[in-house]
Write a protein that binds this ligand. Structure first.
Ligand SMILES: C[S@@+](CC[C@H](N)C(=O)[O-])C[C@H]1O[C@@H](n2cnc3c(N)ncnc32)[C@H](O)[C@@H]1O
Length: 216
């Protein structure tokens, strides 16, 4: 799928949904606040969310970590319009910068005028990105040495009742969401340290923390 086609699809999905997104996703995008608590960026550090949607996470992270500077990118101009107004309403326009870009091909120097990030996170967005491995490659490329990549997304739901799992998968597919069942194996094949990988909420979600090891 081309960048333009992917952007058009996300804009179509979110054109109306963005107005009710935060309220409707509150109860089923589980583990997002846990990820934000674990970010612990260094003082003055830069934190990027890839696929930031309405900026719900960026605003919460900016509250939680007042010493850091935040950046968000998303392919959907519709989602970014909501993100801009939420950030302004929360009084964080000085601390959170946004840009429209495809997760699998972006350059932070061009988007934000910065070279790299000490934390990057992806929250329920890999499951909507056709080239999710490319998005991970990009994230690792722009992580400073010693930086961390945090991920939360739908898991395999392996410890949930089989009928619930089948229904959930069908429902997610209707929204162009595909849980990345191969995520753990793929992360372990990358040249990074997998500091943490767990499957909370009976496998409903998967949560990872990766460290870009510093090699002098
Ligand atoms: C389910 S929403 C998650 C939003 C937010 N991260 C959260 O936790 O509430 C997925 C987001 O990923 C974005 N997205 C999908 N494909 C993308 C891509 N190739 N590049 C950048 N963003 C993308 C969508 O536009 C959407 O805003």
């Amino acid at each position: 799928m081309t960048d333009a086609a992917a952007a058009a699809l996300m804009d179509r999905i979110y054109r109306r949904q963005r107005h009710v997104y935060d309220i409707t996703r509150k109860h089923y995008l589980l583990g997002r606040d846990r990820l934000i608590e674990g970010l612990a960026p260094p003082s003055g550090g830069r934190v990027l969310e890839i696929g930031c949607g309405t900026a719900r996470n960026l605003i919460a992270a900016a509250h939680a970590w007042p010493q850091a500077k935040f950046y968000g990118l998303d392919i959907s101009a519709e989602m970014l319009a909501t993100a801009h107004s939420r950030i302004a309403a929360a009084g964080h326009a000085e601390r959170i910068c946004l840009a429209r870009a495809d997760a699998s091909d972006f350059d932070p120097a061009l988007l934000f005028g910065v070279p790299s990030f000490s934390r990057i996170f992806l929250s329920y967005s890999l499951s909507m990105m056709p080239d999710w491995k490319g998005a991970l490659r990009q994230a690792l490329l722009w992580l400073a040495p010693g930086g961390e990549l945090h991920i939360i997304d739908f898991g395999r739901q392996e410890r949930l009742p089989i009928l619930f799992r089948a229904g959930l998968r069908r429902w997610l597919a209707a929204f162009h969401v595909t849980p990345r069942d191969g995520l753990e194996g793929h992360l372990r094949s990358l040249p990074v340290e997998v500091v943490k990988f767990d499957r909370p909420y009976r496998g409903y979600a998967q949560h990872a923390v990766l460290l870009r090891v510093f090699r002098p």
